[in-house]
Each structure stands twice: as structure tokens, then as C-alpha cells.
Ligand binder design. Structure first.
Ligand SMILES: Cc1cc2nc3c(=O)[nH]c(=O)nc-3n(C[C@H](O)[C@H](O)[C@H](O)COP(=O)(O)OP(=O)(O)OC[C@H]3O[C@@H](n4cnc5c(N)ncnc54)[C@H](O)[C@@H]3O)c2cc1C
Length: 499
């Protein structure tokens, strides 16, 4: 597959098409971190606008911000942000049942076995508490608390206002020399090799470049419409294909976690910001109409509706070649996995960091493309399996939608993980998988998958030792959470929202 041929000449002019979260994240990063000898142009169309959703993140978000030397408190104040310690899944396993998938680690593992093995034996002996009681992030989330405890910091992410985030990054990017062009791309000119040479705007202006970054959203103007990179469709496992989104005024102080509430034909998100709440319902059009979904969503929000509900159709899957010729797709142009675990912005960031690591200064090689695509594909596949798991492990049989999810054939890669856990309690962190042992374990247990056995190393402890070990883990959590502040007070002191 890999022919290491140079397909374009040295890269000096980078053209980014699209000014949503993906476009501005790419522009800000490239300009600040590797842009000294590059000209970076970003084209966006106010007339087309952005998707306007994408407001929950995961802790990996830090990495890029640290590289960009973004001040956390200033950033949170600008984007009206709040803290996210995890996601509460309500009604997913059964109606009126809930569990939290929290960031960080639960309890303490040993070299041979994760904490769940110790906990499982504790359950048999009836000396362990709920699994989540050993996770500081989970206990803090439930208590509505946050802070910077010692000796161990919490793992956390943010809820952000997507439109304000794009503006924030735009200022950063322009300060670092990114040239923004307002306009609608109407035509794309290619060389005989297939490489993109220039894009033409409705105004007649032509913008040429050596490397193009397609951040045009679901349109996939360059990667799809021009280069025809095939789309791998995953809708046989993830039946939701639409979302309806609405913003409402806040009726209570922001809680430090996202809510994901299963409904009859999909699920609803609630993302609390300092200024308002983001809400949406992800649903399957085979099981509900737009009107039904909108009605369900509006019946389950609190506060005043701030903007009219908007229906967003989508297709789940990825482009197998996210880098093709001299074009790299990021964000929605590269692929889409529903926001159940808030992974899209993470994937944008992974694509940007990877591109910077492989930046083709001397020209694009097939080897670089193959490597980039293989790594991106692997990450997408891990996240795909993680999301399918939530649906498949449901015990709900009250609607056709949930029956279908429970009985569907799942990818072999996921089946293997579930079988391994069911038989042995084991979870292995695969390289390139953003979700570690703790995440897989929390969701599998939360969805009701209980292992038949635990690792024999646990039997090296007698009952008294195990009880002491578990109590020590619990005390550590109590000590950390005891140092935290009420989340609302924390926000008011640390990063009160700017006008
Ligand atoms: C319902 C839903 C909920 C989501 N929730 C989350 C979440 O909680 N967490 C998360 O991480 N992600 C989430 N996402 C994903 C997230 O919204 C996106 O990954 C993120 O916003 C990046 O979008 P984008 O920049 O690729 O596309 P967009 O925001 O659509 O931006 C596309 C840009 O391209 C421009 N453009 C398009 N065509 C042209 C043209 N012809 N000429 C010039 N410019 C053009 C547009 O004007 C715009 O500037 C969600 C997505 C959906 C659909």
C-alpha cells in the first residue's frame, strides 16, 4: 500500500476551508506551534455558518491548550464554561436506573489486576461499597463539587459554548498571523495528480495553496465532493441518524457533569454552562419523526427556550482516508460519531497533533498519508466500539428501538472485549484507545455486565486485609472530596463568565 513518493512540492501555503471548531482549532495550533515559515489562510462563510453544537469535552482537551499556553481561567470565563467530571447515564440499562462514567481512576490497581478485581471479591464478601464510591471524580460529581485538591488532582474536562470557543480561537489564530477570508467556496481546481491547487470563492477570488485542510463540516467540500474519499458507514450498529438541539435558560446552578438520558428512540443530552443549558435529542429517524423528537425534547427541558429547535441530520462513520493527496480532513468532514461520549473535539485535536507531528514540509508522501490514516482509523474504531457498547448492553425491551440495540450483531472487536470482561473481569488498555480500563469497566458494570470471576491475585489478601484495603481507598476519596468547593462557588471565584 505504501509507495513513498512525493506528490507535491514543499509546503509553504496552508489553506483551511471552514471556520467551525475544527477550522479554528487547526488554524490556532498550526500558526502558533509550527507556523513560523508558513502562510495560513482560513476561509469561512458567515452565510453558511457552523454546526453550533459540540459543547462537552473530555480531559484530553488539556493537551492542546497546554501547548497553546491557554490560561484556563481566562478561557473558561470567555466560553462561559463549567467543569465536567463525567457523564451520568440515566435510563440506559433500565428505566429509572443510572450510573456515572467518571474521568480518572477508580480505586487502586496492582500490576496484575485492575481495581475491579478487588472490588468484585469485596462484593462477594459483602464488604465493598458501590464501585463508584472509590472514584474521587464520581463522588465529587454527585456532590456537585470541584476544586484542586492535594496530593492528587482530579481529572476533569469542560462544558463550553461552541460559538464563543470558535471566536476565542479566532483571536488567538489571528494574533499568530492567520489570514481570514470571508466567502463561500464554489469551485475547486485540481492538478492532473488530483492534488488541489486552488479554491474559487463566490466573489471570484481564487486562493491557491500547497496543503489544504478540509474543515467544511458535514459537506466535506474537499475530501468528499472533490477527492471522493470513501465513507465507511457504521449505521448498522449506531442507528441514530438525527439530532434536534435547543438552548434553554438555566434554572439551577451548573452541575459538574453532563447528563445523558435515554429516551424511547434515542437519548437526550443536557450540558450546563454558566450562561445557559445546551440540550439535544439524538434519535433514529426509523423510530421517530422530527416532530415526535422535538416534542419529546421540549417536554423534557427546563427553562425558557432561547433559540428555535434545530434538526441536524447526520451519518455515522468515518472516511477511511482522512488524508488524501494534499488534503487532510478534520472534524465533521473526517467522520462522525454521535456525541454520547463527547469524543468529536478530541478526534479533531488528535488529528491536529498528528498532522503537526507528520507535517509534510518537504512535500506530501504516501507513507505519511498511510500512517496518518491508519492511526486515525484505529482511534475512530475504538471509540465506535465504546459507544456501541452503551446501546448493546441495555436491558430495556420497552421499545422497538431498544430491542433492536440489544439484539443487534456487534463488531467482533467489541464482542471480544465484552466476553473477556464477562468471563474474567479483565480489561486491557489498547494502544490508541482513548478510553482506559476504568472507563470500560465503569460502563460495563453500569450497564449491568457483571464478571463471573476475579483475578486470583486478589486471594493473596485475606478478608481482613481486603476490607482494610477497600476502606483505605474509600478514605482517600473522602479526603480529596472533603477539600473541594461547591461547583457554583468555584466557578464564581475562579472563572466568572465574561459578557
Ligand atoms: C448533534 C451534535 C452534537 C455534538 N455534540 C458534541 C459534543 O458534545 N462534544 C464534542 O466533542 N463534539 C460534539 N459534536 C461534534 C462537534 O460539533 C464538531 O466536531 C465540531 O463542532 C466541529 O465541527 P466542524 O468545525 O467540523 O464543522 P462546522 O461547525 O459545521 O463548521 C464548518 C465550517 O465550514 C464552513 N463552510 C462549509 N462550506 C463552506 C463553503 N462552501 N465555503 C466556505 N466555508 C464553508 C462553514 O461556514 C463553517 O465555518 C456534536 C455534533 C453534533 C451533530
Amino acid at each position: 500500500m505504501s509507495k513513498s513518493i512525493v506528490t507535491t512540492n514543499a509546503i509553504r501555503n496552508v489553506v483551511i476551508v471552514g471556520g467551525g471548531t475544527a477550522g479554528w482549532m487547526a488554524a490556532a495550533s498550526i500558526a502558533a506551534l509550527i507556523g513560523k515559515n508558513l502562510n495560513v489562510t482560513l476561509i469561512e462563510s458567515d452565510e453558511i455558518g457552523t454546526i453550533g453544537v459540540g459543547e462537552a469535552t473530555i480531559p484530553t482537551f488539556f493537551a492542546l491548550h497546554q501547548l497553546l499556553k491557554i490560561d484556563e481561567a481566562d478561557f473558561l470565563a470567555e466560553v462561559h464554561g463549567s467543569i465536567k467530571l463525567g457523564i451520568c447515564f440515566e435510563n440506559w440499562r433500565l428505566q429509572n436506573d443510572s450510573y456515572i462514567h467518571a474521568f480518572g481512576y477508580t480505586g487502586q490497581s496492582c500490576w496484575a489486576a485492575g481495581f475491579q478485581h478487588f472490588w468484585l471479591k469485596g462484593q462477594q464478601l459483602q464488604i465493598s461499597k458501590a464501585y463508584g464510591d472509590y472514584s474521587p471524580e464520581l463522588v465529587a460529581a454527585k456532590a456537585g463539587k470541584f476544586g484542586f485538591p492535594k496530593p492528587q488532582a482530579l481529572n476533569y474536562a469542560y462544558h463550553i459554548d461552541a460559538a464563543r470557543y470558535a471566536k476565542y480561537l479566532r483571536i488567538l489564530a489571528e494574533q499568530n498571523g492567520v489570514h481570514r477570508v470571508e466567502g463561500k467556496v464554489e469551485a475547486v481546481k485540481q492538478a492532473l495528480s488530483g492534488d488541489i491547487e486552488s479554491v474559487q470563492l463566490a466573489s471570484g477570488q481564487s486562493i491557491s495553496g500547497d496543503l489544504f485542510i478540509d474543515c467544511s463540516g458535514f459537506t466535506g467540500l474537499l475530501i468528499d465532493k472533490t477527492l471522493h474519499s470513501p465513507f465507511e458507514d457504521w449505521s448498522q450498529w449506531l442507528p441514530c441518524d438525527r439530532a434536534v438541539a435547543v438552548q434553554t435558560s438555566s434554572t439551577e446552578p451548573p452541575i459538574p457533569y453532563t447528563r445523558s438520558i435515554a429516551r424511547d428512540f434515542g437519548w437526550q443530552w443536557r450540558i450546563p454552562l454558566q450562561s445557559r443549558t445546551g440540550n439535544g435529542l439524538v434519535f433514529s429517524s426509523q423510530h421517530a419523526s422530527d416532530d415526535e423528537a422535538t416534542h419529546t425534547l421540549l417536554s423534557n427541558v427546563s427553562g425558557d427556550v432561547l433559540i428555535e429547535p434545530r434538526v441536524i441530520p447526520f451519518q455515522t462513520g468515518q472516511r477511511s482516508a482522512q488524508w488524501k493527496n494534499n488534503c487532510i480532513a478534520l472534524g465533521l468532514a473526517a467522520g462522525f460519531l454521535e456525541p454520547l461520549e463527547s469524543t468529536s473535539i478530541h478526534l479533531i485535536q488528535r488529528g491536529i497533533i498528528r498532522l503537526m507531528q507528520m507535517f509534510p514540509y518537504g512535500g506530501v508522501t504516501q507513507a505519511d498519508q498511510d500512517e496518518f490514516n491508519a492511526q486515525m482509523n484505529q482511534e475512530y474504531h475504538f471509540i465506535r466500539d465504546f459507544i456501541i457498547m452503551h446501546y448493546h448492553l441495555t436491558e430495556r425491551t420497552d421499545t422497538e428501538f431498544w430491542k433492536r440495540c440489544q439484539t443487534m450483531r456487534i463488531p467482533e472487536s467489541l464482542k471480544h472485549r465484552l466476553d473477556l470482561f464477562k468471563e474474567t473481569g479483565r480489561v486491557f488498555q489498547a494502544e490508541g484507545d482513548v478510553f482506559g480500563e476504568n472507563s470500560w469497566t465503569q460502563v460495563m458494570l453500569g450497564q449491568g455486565l457483571k464478571p463471573r470471576s476475579y483475578h486470583p491475585i486478589v486471594d493473596m489478601m485475606d478478608e481482613e486485609e481486603l476490607a482494610q484495603f477497600l476502606a483505605h481507598q474509600e478514605n482517600k476519596v473522602t479526603h480529596l472530596v472533603g477539600q473541594l468547593h461547591n461547583h457554583e462557588d468555584f466557578l464564581a471565584r475562579y472563572c466568572p463568565m465574561k459578557p
